[in-house]
Design a protein around this ligand. Structure first.
Ligand SMILES: [Zn+2]
Length: 204
């Protein structure tokens, strides 16, 4: 055990980081210049304080010194309230936003529902989503499911559809899928803008 094994253990808790990578990170920090480390520490210390979770779409956003509980996208009047695009994670949303062709609102589920999951409602923000759809059912015209085109992503989309269908059917809200424009196995996080633009155009 090296004397910086605590640090390695912390890095191992990051998503997708194995022991070897965690060790590389630690050695990198040891060998890099001090200003980088100080900068990193400063950013880490202010991260929680300088950001908030949006009360409407549940994405994280930079507060920029403000006290708003709703993110800039949700509070932007020029966004189309008739459209709600549902993603698993913040990174997926950021990637779609980067294409600049989607002008509606978002909802971040905060995860996926694994196949055979016994308590799916504990894996994603389904209750919050139902509440949102219920409260906006007069404005909403379309809900776009933009989960990954993987088996887990599709399973998540099926679960969400089943849960919101009682409201959408009653309120005449269309449910469409982004997945049809994506090839199997595609993860939004790693998709380029052209792929996402096509998937958005070809949704159905
Ligand atoms: Zn928001």
């Amino acid at each position: 055990m090296s004397y910086f094994s605590n640090l390695i253990e912390l890095f191992r808790r990051f998503p997708g980081i194995g022991p070897k990578q965690a060790e590389r990170f630690a050695y990198f920090l040891l060998s890099t210049d001090e200003s980088f480390v100080k900068n990193l520490v400063r950013e880490l210390e202010s991260l929680k304080e300088s950001s908030a979770m949006c009360e409407s779409c549940f994405r994280y956003f930079a507060k920029n010194g403000g006290t708003s509980k709703v993110c800039p996208i949700c509070s932007n009047d020029s966004r189309d309230v008739g459209k709600l695009l549902i993603v698993s994670r913040d990174v997926d949303m950021e990637n779609i936003e980067r294409t600049k062709i989607y002008d509606g609102l978002y909802f971040v589920l905060g995860g996926v529902v694994p196949i055979l999951e016994k308590e799916p409602e504990k894996k994603i923000r389904i209750r919050e989503l139902i509440k949102l759809v219920e409260s906006r059912n007069k404005d909403m015209k379309e809900i776009i499911l933009a989960t990954n085109a993987t088996s887990e992503g599709e399973h998540t989309a099926d679960f969400v559809t089943n849960q919101i269908e009682p409201i959408t059917k009653k309120s005449n809200i269309k449910i469409s899928m982004l997945g049809r424009g994506l090839s199997t196995g595609t993860e939004l996080e790693y998709s380029d803008s052209d792929t996402i633009v096509n998937a958005l155009k070809n949704r159905g």
